[in-house]
Write a protein that binds this ligand. Sequence first.
Ligand code: 5AD
Ligand code: SF4
Length: 443
Amino acid sequence: MPTAKSEKRVVTLAYGCQMSERDADTLTEISSQKGYTPSQDLEHADLIIINTCCVRESAENKILGKIGELKRLKAINPQLKIAISGCMVQQPGALERLKKRAPHVDIWAGTHNIHEFQRLLDESDEGKVAEVWEKPKETLESVPLAEKGKLKAFVNISYGCDNFCTYCIVPHVRGRERSRHPQEIIAEINALVKSGCREVTLLGQNVNSYGQDLQPPYDFADLLKDVDAIPGLWRVRFMTSHPKDLSDKLIEVIATGQHLCEHIHLPCQAGSNDILQRMNRKYTREYYLSRIDEIKKRIPQASITTDIIVGFPSETEEDFAQTLDLISEVTYSQAFTFMYSKRSGTAAARMEEQLPLDIKKHRLQRLINLQNAQSLAWRQKMIGHTYEVLVEGPSKANPDRLTGRTRGNELVVFSGEPRQIGTLVQVIIQDASAWTLYGELTE
Ligand code: 5AD
Ligand code: SF4
């Protein structure tokens, strides 16, 4: 959006998961309150914020490259402020290393103090600032977003994680699990609905363990029921579900809810019991498959997605074959596949038998090939059936067509009218690729 010359502009870039995106929105909102207009134009920005991710080395390298590129913009415009926040900065010992590497950065902030960004921004008028809290302090509340008319929104329900999967840096940079109070969550969603939002995604590292720290007792199934009853809300999504905490009660609530979408993101991470144990996932392959069976029994139309890591330390060809086998057995509508990345400070980083890159790469490719075939088969089965689609806007690949998502979160491209954007329509599926459904509107 073009802005008047005197206006200050902020460009915010988010890397990583949906929590990072939501945090980036918070930082943009705080900057707006300080007079910055959100923009996409890096070349003419007055403030550039990068909210970082450190879950894999590849993400970190990409971000370091981006931060390096900003040196050129700072040379052209010395008034430009650069702020780097989030998980990468929060890693123990990272700040000093990063400061040395990127002296052109003005503000550094960790994951626990982004709500203080306004003060950091003020202080940066006097010189460089860096503040990383070791632990979260009092506030658990999200900074409310003023952005009006957004069709879809992310809503934090809990922060942090207690699970300590041995490969994962998240508990080290986001702290222990803390649940937001249900009243605060419901109030935030009510406000979003008033401003035009129709779909929310409830966010937590493990939504299924939501509420364990709340009194009186109130769990994720209770929260889903209450959110389902909010008038004016059409769709409720949630992620991520940890298999060990996916109770029958919760599956029942999803099965019977009116606006609760039949999409469950249930990371398996691996198919072999040995690897699952070394990952500290706290379930077996058999238990995981029993959860899948229960979902399929109670919600036959459910779309199930997953995260999978290949090349975890000591993973044998036999272990990997069990991952491929599990994928064939479940039929996921989509899988996010990752090559194991050694994260300093995690238990797996200290394990012997780290695998060579070529083995990891080869396994990842075999996994992707299998999942692509599965994703295609899943979508081909949808051909000839009609689905409810929330229309999001013009298709990126073909702006003459519209795009939206089914309740199962499958992407659909179809012909329609611009006035249908923001509405629910019925689409009959006529064709499919591994990632996209193609169809036509029905009456
Ligand atoms: N290496 C590779 N993938 C990882 N993930 C988390 N940590 C690592 C790591 N060290 C993946 C998991 C998780 C997803 C968000 O990222 O599959 O579910
Ligand atoms: Fe990481 Fe495991 Fe927590 Fe997910 S559940 S954030 S993979 S430690």
